[in-house]
Design a protein around this ligand. Structure first.
Ligand code: DX5
Ligand code: ZN
Length: 232
């Protein structure tokens, strides 16, 4: 049920990397609520993207919140650097953090909002023990590593289960979903309880950005092509 405003987080993984600042300015102008930055280390996921230096440079392009999704091993080693670079939200994969409460505390100590990410095949159960330490939970709806992958349908059931769990726990943590989201399935994802939609290829490969961001936020009956035609 759609009861709260839906926030749109464009993932710059699918943006033109030679014009990142312009791309960020363009999605801000088009109504984005935050910028999603995918940080990949070539170990936890089979792809390498950007580090804190690039994040610090991009910080000059916009005042929108930076949502850093850490797909890296040893996240605690790098959390201070990403926070210092200007990340406002930092999410850590449960699969990479042996001491998850400590990771989340570290994010908060450095002035950012902590989030936990879980892969499609990772169960929800452990979340109940860290829910008081986090501001948001990111459900992956693809296996992380690349943009332009197909949305995994079982995410919808998992999303509903997560929302029930949060309600039972009395938590107001925000729920974010990431991977394979476009105007053709955003309605289902919102109805299942997502509050923040991450979208990369659906936005950056389908300009004008304002149209697609509006359709993601309020999908209605829009007919849009699948965003999942290629990988990056
Ligand atoms: C995948 C990343 C996603 C990705 C989403 O590992 O975490 O943020 O950029 O891209 P799309 O929206 O194209 O699936
Ligand atoms: Zn992501």
């Amino acid at each position: 049920m759609k009861t709260k405003e839906v926030l749109i987080a464009p993932s710059i993984l699918s943006a033109d990397f030679s014009r990142l600042c312009e791309e960020i300015e363009a999605v801000e102008e088009a109504g984005a609520d935050m910028i999603h930055l995918d940080i990949m280390d070539g170990h936890f996921v089979p792809n390498i993207t950007i580090g804190p230096g690039v994040v610090a440079s991009l910080r000059k392009c916009t005042a929108l919140p930076f949502d850093c999704h850490l797909m890296i091993e040893n996240p605690e080693q790098y959390i201070p650097a990403f926070a210092d670079a200007g990340a406002n939200m930092i999410s850590v994969h449960v699969e990479t953090s042996v001491h998850l409460n400590r990771s989340l505390d570290l994010v908060r100590e450095h002035g950012a909002k902590p989030g936990v990410v879980i892969n499609p095949a990772t169960h929800l159960q452990g979340l109940r023990y860290v829910v008081e330490d986090l501001d948001y939970i990111l459900l992956m709806s693809v296996n992380p590593g690349f943009g332009g992958q197909e949305f995994i349908p079982s995410t919808l059931e998992k999303l509903r289960d997560l929302c029930t769990l949060l309600e039972d726990l009395g938590s107001d943590a925000m729920v974010q979903v990431d991977g394979g989201i476009g105007p053709e399935n955003a309605g289902e994802v919102i109805d299942a309880g997502a509050r923040i939609l991450v979208a990369g290829s659906a936005i950056f490969h389908h300009p004008p950005y304002e149209d697609v961001i509006n359709r993601l936020r309020d999908p209605g009956t829009s007919q849009f092509p699948s965003p999942n035609s290629e990988q990056h």
